[in-house]
Design a protein around this ligand. Structure first.
Ligand SMILES: [Zn+2]
Length: 145
């Protein structure tokens, strides 16, 4: 990671902690790892210490398909960082992952024009290596077929 990072070139970077580190490590390896409960099998995002469904503390990262649909989205006109101001228009979205109802994550939709995005659009994960240490999970339209 460069010593002095130009805020125009880098989005706000995550600060992984004990709970989120497995997620970000997975991204670095271009794998989408979502916390899953060993007892009830439900997925949990963002990561927690206790399963919200059965109160188990037996939680572990589990690789998911990376496929989902656009649950909702917006095209921000007044972004709050230099990085995103330079990239208007872009799509800020909530993607529903296919593994489980209500399993959602905040992300950006990329590799298509903002006006092509719609609610229910099939998408799949793609990874943006921002620095040597940080990779962001973004989503793009699912390839036909
Ligand atoms: Zn559980």
């Amino acid at each position: 990671m460069p010593v002095a990072m130009d805020p125009v070139d880098y989005p706000p970077l995550p600060q992984p902690d004990e709970l989120s580190r497995p997620f970000w490590e997975g991204c670095r390896q271009h794998k989408l790892l979502i916390q899953r409960c060993r007892r009830c099998g439900r997925y949990i995002h963002t990561p927690r210490y206790v399963c919200r469904h059965c109160l188990s503390t037996e939680l572990e990262p589990s690789e998911v398909s990376g496929r989902g649909t656009v649950d909702t989205f917006e095209i921000p006109l007044q972004p709050w960082t230099a990085y995103y101001k330079k990239r208007v228009p872009y799509v800020l979205a909530i993607v529903a992952l296919e593994e489980e109802k209500h399993l959602k994550m905040v992300t950006n939709i990329v590799e298509c024009e903002p006006e092509e995005v719609y609610i229910g659009m099939p998408v799949e994960v793609t990874f943006l290596d921002v620095t040597e240490d940080v990779t962001l999970p973004l989503f793009k339209p699912t390839a036909p077929g």
